[in-house]
Design a protein around this ligand. Structure first.
Ligand code: UGA
Length: 316
């Protein structure tokens, strides 16, 4: 019999790639998604078009906060919890209630269901944004955590909840702190998606600040591989940085995108965005020694693949 796993946020950018990998690895995958309208839900429907044709994948179109999680999770070996309200810069003001609902309350619901059912492992999708602004680079898992965005605070609360359910109930979990994931089907609000779309369709792009901020960009298949490794992990560590080993500035990214697309970007520099950290850089030595993780896709290669995907998607 095939092993059953559950993926929350199955129709999202990383979630849909993870489901494809798990199905091809021989798992029976139940994917939950409630198709929030943070960005066009039609894009999420496209993300899972192929999966819906596969008998080993089933879609549960429901909200974690209101569905019967006990029946959804029953019989599963592992829950990959990717569902979240994403987006660092939009997490201020009235929007924050969505972040609390989808990142904190939903995570607690998953943990409660796992507690009641017993024997299910959890792989929690966390974020580099839990570190906040720091000059102590590269970032290590045991560094001080002081998020500077409401989004980062909710992702850290999710980690804290995992840890306290582990402490009190022995629930086995692994939290993966992703560093700015990119690649085909990347969320349309993210930097590369916006830059590539503008390169092909015209219109200007805004750079928040001077463009010298850096990110340790991570290709989506590397983030997916980290999830698979985490689901099999038997050791004692619980939190891992997952970075792509491709730390570059946004200015450098612009050059690569111009050379990959053959277009000139129309760039306007605006104010730095509140909540954005200046630099991220992952120390992945723990993920390497404990999980056997190493990123395989360089930024040039990964950007070429994302540009190629956008060419097809936009029909250009
Ligand atoms: C990304 C994801 O959106 C978060 O969900 C995730 O948790 C986070 O990575 C993480 O690593 O923890 P971010 O690094 O802000 O957040 O990713 P992008 O939206 O791709 O932005 C990258 C950089 O480009 C940022 O410095 C941002 O200020 C800049 N940017 C983005 C612009 O200058 N202009 C834009 O139009 C968009």
């Amino acid at each position: 019999m095939k092993k059953k796993v559950v993926v929350t946020g199955a129709a999202g950018f990383i979630g849909s790639h993870l489901c494809e990998k798990l199905v091809s690895d021989g798992y029976e995958v139940s994917g939950i998604d409630c198709f929030t309208d943070y960005y066009d839900p039609a894009r999420k429907r496209q993300n899972i078009e192929g999966l819906l044709k596969n008998d080993c994948f089933s879609l549960i179109e429901q909200d974690i906060n209101s569905c019967d999680l006990l029946s959804v999770l029953a019989g599963a070996d592992c829950v990959f919890h990717l569902a979240a309200q994403a987006g660092v810069r939009r997490s201020w003001g009235a929007e924050f209630s969505h972040y609390v609902q989808l990142n904190i309350l939903a995570t607690q619901k998953i943990l409660e269901a796992i507690r009641k059912l017993g024997g299910i492992r959890l792989v929690y999708s966390s974020s580099s944004s839990v570190y906040g602004e720091t000059q102590d680079l590269p970032m290590k898992e045991d560094h001080r955590l002081r998020p500077i965005s409401p989004y980062g605070a909710t992702k850290l609360s999710g980690e804290d909840l995992c840890e306290l359910y582990y402490h009190n109930y022995g629930i086995r979990y692994v939290a993966l702190r992703y560093f700015t994931v990119y690649g085909p089907r990347q969320r349309p609000d993210m930097a590369f998606s916006r830059f590539i779309t503008s390169a092909f369709q015209g219109g200007g792009i805004e750079i928040y600040g001077d463009g010298k901020q850096t990110r340790d960009f991570t290709f989506v298949s590397d983030a997916v591989e980290a999830n698979v490794l985490a689901s099999r992990y038997e050791g004692d560590e619980r939190v891992f940085n997952i970075g792509g080993g491709s730390r570059v500035s946004i200015l450098e990214v612009l050059e690569i995108i111009e050379s990959e697309t053959g277009k000139t970007l129309n760039v306007e520099f605006t104010q730095r965005a509140l909540g954005d950290v200046t630099d991220t850089w992952a120390d992945t030595s723990r993920a390497s020694s404990e999980l056997g993780f190493s990123p395989h896709i360089s930024l040039r290669e990964g950007l070429a693949r994302e540009v190629g995907w956008y060419r097809e998607y936009l029909g250009v």
